[in-house]
Design a binder for this molecule. Structure first.
Ligand code: ATP
Ligand code: MG
Length: 437
């Protein structure tokens, strides 16, 4: 029974208290329910008995996954709901917290049903962990019953499952890549890590290049497509699976790019809604979407950062990078209370003759441990960029190639690179064993 899952009592528990510091700060652990699908444009009204539950619903209401929904929270439990809906139309979803004894609760729900529109769903939050009660509630048309205490992510997942099929894989995971300063290598990291992800996991990855005027995704993959992301952004409502397929450029078996036009003869007016819609269509069709953001600050850049499943900040070790990275981290942590922390990649470290802030100092100043530290290596990076190749294609032995594999593993939340490597080494033996049997 889906509601019998162990209740998650705090966001800390979700990210795994007791995990090694590196995992927590570097973001190797992912909240289990962080992949809850975004919740559609529905109206939700909650009637709580306790202030603590009202607060949890309020926290969920402010989360990015509920950004499209309209949520209002009232007190008074099921009795207040019954009175309210005698006078008012019912919303898409009613959440009721109820600690009443079983018979009393069922009687109140029968009264509520008299005024409920047929399309309205009801989710009950109660104290009794009782299968009989659960069955009785389902029989009466209640959609879900959660046992207290309920955490914001658990509630969001339950609501999300009411509007999506919980059996199918959640929609694609969106990674937003941004540089703390211009030219620090954010696009290079985005392209190489996404390519490694597609090669290691053998899953489809799309890179969406939102640097429409100057993006390098086409160049880095040695492609010069005629169409791409600007065509989608100019009429986002027309974008569907078929058009998306036409606008993507395939670079390898599992990696496609949504390339930027990189021409200056037009103006690019990207709207928050258009951008949101385009990313939504891509994520409905592809399991991993890497968004390559330009180093600018516009409403749509901010919105992509706040809505992404995960954010990867690339920074070089100087003061301006430190200040900007700190500002981005602070903004994300204020507004994304139920998400894992952004991930930090330190790039262009140890540039000859350049005075630098040490990685340790940088990490402690912004409160994040870097998931990867990549040296300045103009020869390898310059060569790869000129060839239109990924670093691993150019030189699998390069230290940065290993770094990109690690970033890809961190992105996919594979905890242990070694374990993956070891198990893949065993595959041929296991296959032989299977054949022998
Ligand atoms: N570790 C590195 N060592 C040397 N050169 C690097 C390194 N990482 C990236 N580069 C080079 O730095 C240049 C800028 O990289 P890139 O375009 O990825 O930066 P960006 O942060 O996306 O820039 P923009 O602000 O224009 O979006 C490229 O020529 C790239 O090859
Ligand atoms: Mg860039």
């Amino acid at each position: 029974m889906s509601n019998q899952a162990k209740p998650i009592s705090s966001p800390e528990e979700v990210v795994g208290v007791g995990a090694p510091l590196a995992e927590l700060e570097g973001g190797f652990a992912e909240p289990a329910a962080a992949r809850a699908r975004p919740i559609p444009r529905i109206s939700i009204q909650a009637f709580c008995e306790n202030g603590a539950t009202a607060e949890i619903i309020q926290i969920a209401a402010e989360d990015r996954r509920l950004a499209k929904a309209h949520v209002s929270v009232h007190m008074g439990g099921v009795e207040a709901a019954v009175t309210h809906y005698q006078q008012n139309p019912t919303p898409n979803l009613i959440i009721i917290e109820c600690g009443l004894p079983r018979d009393h609760l069922l009687a109140e729900l029968d009264r509520l049903a008299e005024n409920c529109d047929p399309g309205t769903k009801v989710l009950i939050v109660g104290q009794a962990n009782d299968v009989m009660l659960y069955r009785e509630l389902l029989k009466r048309g209640v959609s879900e019953y959660l046992v207290e205490p309920v955490a914001p992510l658990q509630l969001m997942e339950a609501v999300s499952n009411l509007y999506n099929n919980p059996e199918t894989e959640p929609v694609g995971h969106v990674y937003a890549f941004i540089g703390a300063k211009g030219g620090v290598g954010s696009s290079t990291i985005c392209h190489n890590a996404s390519w490694s992800l597609s090669e290691i996991l053998k899953v489809d990855v799309v890179i969406a290049d939102l640097d429409l005027a100057f993006g390098t995704t086409g160049l880095d993959f040695n492609q010069d497509p005629m169409q791409g992301i600007a065509d989608a952004l100019s009429s986002p409502d027309r974008l569907d699976e078929v058009l998306l397929d036409r606008l993507l450029t395939k670079c390898s078996e599992h990696l496609s790019i949504f390339a930027a036009p990189v021409v200056l003869d037009r103006d690019y007016d990207i709207s928050v809604e258009g951008c949101d819609r385009v990313i939504d269509v891509v994520r409905q069709n592809v399991p991993y979407v890497a968004v390559d953001l330009p180093h600018t600050w516009t409403p749509w850049v901010k919105s992509v950062l706040l809505q992404a499943d995960e954010v990867i900040i690339t920074a070089a070790p100087d003061l301006a990078n430190l200040r900007n990275a700190k500002n981005i981290v602070d903004l994300l942590q204020q507004t994304r209370r139920n998400d894992s922390k952004p991930r930090l990649v330190m790039n262009m470290v140890n540039m000859p003759k350049r005075p630098e802030i040490s990685v340790k100092e940088f990490e402690s100043a912004i409160g994040l441990k870097a998931i990867s530290v990549i040296d300045f290596d103009s020869e390898t990076f310059g060569q790869a960029a000129n060839n239109g190749q990924m670093i691993e294609e150019l030189s699998a032995k390069a230290r940065s190639a290993a770094a990109f594999r690690d970033i890809a593993l961190a992105m996919s939340n594979r905890r242990d690179t070694q374990a993956v490597k070891k198990s893949s080494g065993l595959v041929p033996f296991l296959e032989k064993l299977k054949l022998k049997r």
